[in-house]
Design a protein around this ligand. Structure first.
Ligand code: GFB
Length: 316
């Protein structure tokens, strides 16, 4: 497939390079012949419009991966609506507008599968956007991410900017947020199972019923897809990134336990939310372009599990 944007010799800014997705994008870009730009929180506050505009005009990236965001799992989303809405709107607005002003040639905005209606037909196609009410636990985050898609579209329509949007499904991998209340399900279950194993406990408690279905994409596969899209995709419509395969939370827990070598049982705290009942992407547009996730789930989970154990031995 022809490249519409070659990365060779370009300066590429990964905004959010310390996060799980951003750090995977940096790892993937190290295999391209490009210069990677990053800025720490101390160097650049992404909530400050002036600072972002100054930084972008001084550093002049040719392209931007917009992976910076305030993120978290179901409980973080449900309990911190103001932060999820305000910070995500401001970060994406600041970066997209600064990129336009500085003449950045290409920008890829990273969204989330929670932009789709709670009861969207499954698997969810890109055209399901704005066809029904959102899942209440994460509507604040979803509204901000929908605004990000619309910003990219608006800047393309009005100013001709080559700004694209990719919607990843639920992610996991090295560099995830290991926090029992704020994190996503995979990181939380890895922590809980590792603790149960260490303390010789034979039960682990899951939130909700265990019945919701989710699709999980390894973050290094995500990064590969994003680099592919940066090179090959240039269009108004956002594009789904996932595997197209789903499993229940109960099955996820069982598979993590197997990788961990833990043989206990799961209990269920049904006072905690299940969230959306089913969330699986239709990835046919991306597949038709020639991209598919390469890492089998159990291999990806094994790498993630080992990275977590190493992070316990060598805390940052
Ligand atoms: O990953 P998660 O927090 O977010 O939860 P969502 C997925 C499912 O796992 C829910 C269940 O049904 C949870 O109830 N679960 C079971 C657990 N045990 C646990 C646990 O110990 N911790 C957590 N966190 N969950 C997120 C959105 O929704 O999806 C974000 O909130 C984002 O905004 C992300 O869009 C992709 O999949 O429900």
């Amino acid at each position: 497939m022809n490249e519409v944007f070659a990365l060779g010799g370009k300066k590429i800014w990964v905004a959010g390079h310390k996060g799980m997705a951003g750090s995977a994008i940096v790892r993937r870009l190290q295999r391209e012949n490009c210069t990677i730009l990053t800025a720490t929180r101390q160097e650049l506050d992404l909530l400050g419009q002036r600072q972002v505009e100054d930084w972008v005009s001084r550093n002049k990236p040719d392209a931007v991966f917009l992976a910076a965001a305030t993120v978290g799992g179901i409980l973080a989303n449900a309990t911190r609506p103001a932060e999820f809405l305000y910070e995500n709107l401001v970060i994406e607005t600041n970066i997209i507008h600064a990129a336009y002003k500085a003449g950045v040639r290409k920008l890829l905005f990273l969204g989330s599968s929670c932009i789709y209606p709670k009861l969207a037909p499954q698997p969810m196609t890109e055209s399901a956007l704005l066809t029904g009410p959102l899942e209440p636990t994460n509507e604040w985050y979803a509204i901000a991410k929908i605004a990000g898609i619309k910003l990219c579209q608006a800047y393309r329509k009005q100013y001709g900017c080559d700004f694209i949007s990719a919607m990843p499904t639920n992610l996991f991998g090295p560099g995830d947020r290991y926090d029992l209340t704020q994190g996503h399900v995979v990181a939380a279950l890895i922590m809980k199972i590792a603790a149960a194993k260490k303390e010789n406990r034979d039960t682990v408690e899951l939130w909700g019923s265990g019945e919701p279905k989710r699709e999980f994409l390894f973050v290094d596969d995500l990064a590969d897809a994003l680099v592919f899209l940066m090179k090959h995709y240039s269009d108004l419509e956002h594009i789904n990134v996932g595997t197209g395969k789903e499993m229940t939370i109960r099955e996820l827990a069982t598979r993590i336990a197997k990788v961990a070598g833990w043989h206990g049982k799961f209990t269920y705290d049904v006072s905690k939310p299940d969230g959306t009942p089913r969330k699986v992407m239709d990835v046919s547009r991306l597949s038709a372009m020639g991209w598919a996730a390469q890492t089998p789930f159990d291999d990806a989970m094994d790498r993630t599990w080992r990275a977590y154990l190493e992070s316990l031995d060598h805390p940052k």
